[in-house]
Design a protein around this ligand. Structure first.
Ligand SMILES: [Zn+2]
Length: 286
């Protein structure tokens, strides 16, 4: 099972950080989205797109276009504030606001979620209670390996599982990891997809029963302006490498990936899984 997901946030990123070639970033974002949607149509694939509430608010046509092509829409928070330092009240408010806007734009209930920067960790796993209270049934926020921001290395990582928080159940689809050099690595999403050579990505996917991907437009936008600056404690050199390595060839690599493997959305994966057979993670007080 290979699941294809995208985080739709870059329209907001350009506005928010005031970076890049402002005069032409919107056409670039829209062009890459068109390329992606056309590539998916060609292979008759459906994917899940986790959308930012603020993108749905300011660029509702982007979300409407994705939904009109038959893809599954999820929520990726309102404006991408990392959850690490937020209070339960702030997270509840953010989730409610984001869901209201996205549901209003697509005219459908949204039940799938991915936290900004995979920022649900061992320390704030109570967030699952808030998500369940807001009607979330499927979550893709767990990054079960070490990570600069977020990450939940101790979480069950062999495939989907059920999270039980008090009386709520959420079906979890974690990012898939592969073990080599005595470490768990992610190679099917974000910067990792750009950095790992294609032969390695291919062998990881071939050897795995469960693959969860995540992509952004910025992973493909080779015309973006490169910035050399530190970010949240990471040095400028490390940040530059993570942000831009492999960018010139990444969209071609992605198209090759789509041509060589079959992909489904989270919604389609949910229908294929026998949920009675997956492990249950108990989280919180009982
Ligand atoms: Zn994101």
């Amino acid at each position: 099972m290979n699941i294809l997901t995208f985080d739709i946030e870059d329209w907001w990123v350009y506005d928010h950080y005031s970076i890049g070639k402002k005069e032409n970033y919107l056409p670039r974002m829209n062009r890459y989205l068109d390329y992606i949607l056309d590539s998916l149509d060609k292979r008759n694939f459906k994917a899940t797109f986790f959308c930012l509430g603020e993108v749905a608010d300011k660029y509702s046509d982007v979300i409407k276009l994705i939904a009109s092509r038959g893809h599954h829409i999820g929520c990726h928070s309102f404006n991408h504030r990392f959850f690490g330092n937020l209070t339960p009240e702030e997270i509840a408010e953010d989730t409610r606001k984001a869901l209201d806007i996205i549901e209003n734009v697509i005219g459908e209930k949204v039940t799938a979620y991915r936290a900004p920067a995979f920022s649900i960790t061992e320390k704030n796993k109570w967030i699952f209670g808030i998500l369940a209270d807001h009607g979330i049934k499927y979550d893709c926020s767990i990054f079960p390996a070490d990570r600069s921001f977020g990450g939940f290395p101790g979480f069950y990582k062999k495939g989907p599982s059920v999270i039980k928080y008090q009386n709520s159940l959420i079906r979890e689809f974690p990012i898939s990891v592969t073990h080599f050099l005595r470490k768990d690595w992610v190679c099917t999403g974000g910067g990792y997809f750009r950095i790992f050579p294609y032969w390695k990505i291919k062998s990881c996917v071939r050897e795995s029963d469960y693959v969860m991907t995540y992509f952004h437009i910025k992973d493909f936008d080779k015309d973006q302006q490169r910035r050399f600056a530190s970010f949240q404690g990471e040095s400028a050199i490390v940040r530059y490498f993570k942000n831009y390595y492999g960018l010139n060839r990444s969209f071609l690599k992605f198209q090759k990936f789509l041509a060589e493997f079959d992909f489904i959305s989270v919604k389609q994966a949910n229908d294929q899984i026998d949920w009675n057979q997956v492990p249950i993670n108990l989280i919180g007080e009982f």
